[in-house]
Design a binder for this molecule. Structure first.
Ligand code: S3P
Length: 446
């Protein structure tokens, strides 16, 4: 059985690249991978998962599900089985450690809230500084007994009994929506979530595949989701589609490095995730998209990216939820465009693994790019293809997406660029180094 790639750490540099070429199978989607494990653990029967993303974040969720009593087993590369608990979690005998993962901890808080067990939730330094009230507030309105450290981790749950709620999240967040819906499975009565702006809908799609009675009504950009508890899910097989957010790094690397052509297969094609593709096209990117097979109820696509003369644009603020994790790499693409790219509506970037708005601006400035930040916006004045000096060192602030964005910027810059630590890349994209090598890119300890 092939092993999970070991974590690299320390500073790395990307040397200026000649041209990128090759064809990659997109790594498994992180959001779908977390959900497959959590729903499998809640369900009755055995769930078989293929193509699971074996990243540190997802592996922490797998461990948490095992600690809650599910039978979790790796049977091959990306192949896992989860013997579910029929909604009857066991009391874990140690704190559940979610490492760096906001998705893991927030979704599991919701899934466990009404199960009647006590649990403690902990994470690394970055996760322990992120806001948890966005999840504990609605769960407490449902009756959950949480104690947090002033709205942060560590958090403690005492055995609780839940009732359904009618809830409109104050921020556009799939994590908050998902936590409330998962809690709704064990709550008495109807749980209803209203979203003024649709966020990724994988929880709803997968709940239906696991046999949940769930009703989703769409009204333009808004949606209303209802389910009535208590309900027990039924195990099903999940073939995880490719991650559009991770695929973005190779796509942008090809667009900004002269002479490149890169193809990614099996990329999930869901309108709540493809904002970057739409944006890059508006910037003049040469992207060819062909439909692929459906996987886990999601459409997939094959994307080919060729070096392109990009131009700056204004990115609509309402598109942010459909590309929230892609702004650092979009900002890198914008640095190699002609003209100015204005990205408004980014307040949520400040609550990610780091303050990604400032981190992205610092990353670009370090390599000579002209950038401005506002409270919730980023403006990048592009230098055109071949116009970025480079030579900067990205401070990653424990943020995997800043690390990968800093390296991609280096490939296309005149002097290359480095990042202070690549360790966190393993939280979301453990095959990043192998994939870059396949495309002909040199990344070296620095
Ligand atoms: C995720 C939702 C997003 C995203 C994260 C994964 C999910 O967070 O940033 O990487 O799987 O639900 P928010 O929903 O908090 O914006």
């Amino acid at each position: 059985m092939s092993e999970i790639p070991s974590r690299r750490s320390g500073p790395f540099a990307a040397l200026p690249a000649k041209a990128l070429s090759g064809r990659l199978k997109a790594p498994g989607d992180k959001s779908v991978s977390h959900r497959a494990l959590i729903l499998g653990a809640l369900a009755r029967g055995e769930t078989r998962i293929t193509g699971l993303l074996e990243s540190e974040d997802v592996l922490n969720t797998a461990k948490a599900m095992a600690a809650l009593g599910a039978g979790v087993e790796r049977t091959g590369p990306g192949a896992w089985t989860v013997l579910g608990t029929s909604g009857r979690f066991a009391t874990p005998d140690a704190p559940l450690d979610f490492g760096n993962s906001g998705t893991g901890v927030r979704l599991v808080m919701g899934a466990v809230a009404g199960s009647g067990v006590a649990a403690e939730f902990v994470g690394d330094e970055s996760l322990s500084s992120r806001p948890m009230r966005r999840v504990t507030d609605p769960l407490e309105s449902m009756g959950a007994l949480f104690e947090t450290s002033d709205g942060r981790l560590p958090a403690r749950l005492s055995p609780s009994k839940l009732r359904g709620i009618d809830y409109t999240p104050p921020v556009a967040s799939a994590q908050v929506k998902s936590a409330v819906l998962l809690a709704g499975l064990s709550a008495d009565g109807e749980t209803c979530v209203h979203e003024p702006q649709i966020t990724r809908d994988h929880t709803e799609t997968m709940l239906a595949a696991f046999g949940a009675a769930i009703d989703v009504q769409r009204d333009g950009p808004a949606s209303t989701i209802r389910l009535t508890g208590p309900q027990t899910l039924t195990a099903c097989d999940v073939d995880v589609p490719g991650d559009p957010s991770s695929s973005a790094f190779a796509i942008v690397a090809a667009l900004i490095t002269p002479g490149s052509e890169v193809t990614l297969t099996g990329v999930m094609d869901n309108p709540a995730r493809t904002g970057l593709i739409e944006t890059l096209r508006e910037m003049g990117a040469e992207l060819t998209v062909e439909p692929g097979p459906d996987m886990a109820g999601e459409r997939t696509m094959t994307i080919t990216a060729r070096t392109s003369a990009l131009r700056g644009i204004e990115v609509p603020a309402e598109r942010a939820p459909a590309m929230i994790d892609e702004y650092p790499i979009l900002a890198v693409a914008a640095a190699f465009a002609e003209g100015t790219t204005f990205m408004p509506g980014l307040a949520e970037l400040r609550a990610k693994e780091s303050d990604r708005l400032e981190g992205t601006a610092e990353l670009l400035r370090a390599s000579g790019v002209d950038v401005e930040t506002g409270e919730d916006s980023l403006t990048v004045h592009g230098a055109g293809l071949g116009g970025v000096k480079g030579g900067g060192r990205t401070v990653t602030h424990h943020d995997h997406r800043l690390a990968m964005s800093g390296l991609v910027l280096g490939l296309a810059s005149r002097e290359g660029a480095s990042v202070d630590d690549v360790a966190m890349i393993a939280t979301s994209y453990p095959d990043f180094f192998a994939h870059m090598a396949e495309l002909g890119v040199q990344l070296e300890p620095a």
